[in-house]
Write a protein that binds this ligand. Structure first.
Ligand SMILES: NC(=O)c1ccc[n+]([C@@H]2O[C@H](COP(=O)([O-])OP(=O)(O)OC[C@H]3O[C@@H](n4cnc5c(N)ncnc54)[C@H](OP(=O)(O)O)[C@@H]3O)[C@@H](O)[C@H]2O)c1
Length: 252
């Protein structure tokens, strides 16, 4: 397949625009899932495990499909970066989703997220498989090595923090407690901090418009939600540690 440069540009700038619009809207309104599900107008709810599995799966399947159906040499750099993207979504689809103790999830949000994951999976994989022109030395460049180290550090923080949150509940419980330990000692949304670090690392490693657009979108989505989580804790728990920031340790 040829590189569809125009499509890649359109989708990347579309992600940036969607991120900016989400940011503006999420400052005032909540993304209506999880603790904010009460604000949702959706009447159909899906068990959290099924919802997360179905919504994240396309971000793994679409890149795998593109990889299996594309021919020709793509270079080690592209393969490594595609693997990195797939490892994240393998974890989210087959581990996070199946372990979550989250409350039922709005059907409408699940479908929107499925669409997002399909488009983004296509964008990132198509770029890596057909547009990127990394030479054979790219995997040992500072950009790629540093970016991947940041990515895997972020992934470790994200998984560890999600694990702390999961263990705040017994199976079947829908209750919120104060998260403690790990980076939760510094921020209210340590899992989002990990996710942010991950995609920034991926953008640095890839050094591409599609990856920077996805990192930008993630920050626009996660940033306001981290702020709302922080406010939620402060309002709900009188003994909530005042020194914690919403998303970035010591800063914000
Ligand atoms: N790349 C992106 O743009 C993006 C966007 C969104 C999410 N994500 C990632 O997807 C994962 C899940 O995101 P999320 O928005 O669902 O995260 P979240 O709001 O922090 O919730 C994570 C899980 O922990 C539970 N939980 C959260 N705080 C809790 C507390 N204080 N006490 C007990 N249980 C608690 C939630 O239950 P409830 O669901 O019942 O609240 C949910 O099951 C995260 O790793 C996040 O980084 C990525």
């Amino acid at each position: 397949m040829l590189c569809h440069k125009f499509l890649v540009q359109c989708l990347s700038w579309g992600l940036i625009l969607a991120g900016a619009m989400h940011f503006a809207s999420l400052l005032r309104f909540h993304a209506s899932y999880g603790r904010y599900v009460g604000f949702s107008t959706s009447v159909w709810m899906v068990p959290a495990r099924l919802a997360w599995f179905l919504q994240e799966l396309p971000a793994l399947l679409v890149p795998l499909l593109l990889f299996l159906t594309s021919s020709g040499p793509h270079g080690t750099g592209s393969y490594l970066l595609l693997c990195t993207f797939c490892i994240h979504y393998f974890q989210r689809t087959f581990i996070y989703s199946l372990l979550t103790r989250g409350q039922p999830y709005p059907f409408g949000i699940m479908v929107t997220a499925m669409f997002f994951c399909s488009v983004n999976g296509f964008l990132q994989a198509h770029y890596l498989m057909h547009c990127a022109a990394y030479d054979q030395t790219y995997p040992s460049t500072t950009c790629m090595v540093t970016g991947l180290m940041i990515f895997y550090l972020g992934m470790a923080i994200n998984i560890h923090s999600d694990n702390i949150l999961r263990n705040l509940r017994k199976p079947g419980e829908i209750i919120y407690r104060i998260p403690r330990g790990g980076l939760f000692e510094y921020v209210s949304a340590a899992n989002y901090f990990g996710e942010t670090v991950e995609w920034l690392g991926y953008a640095i490693a890839t050094w591409s418009l599609p990856a920077f657009s996805f990192a930008f979108f993630s920050i626009c989505f996660i940033g306001p939600r981290a702020y709302h989580h922080h406010r939620f804790y402060l309002e709900k728990f009188k003994d909530y540690p005042r020194s914690r920031k919403p998303l970035i340790p010591f800063i914000f």
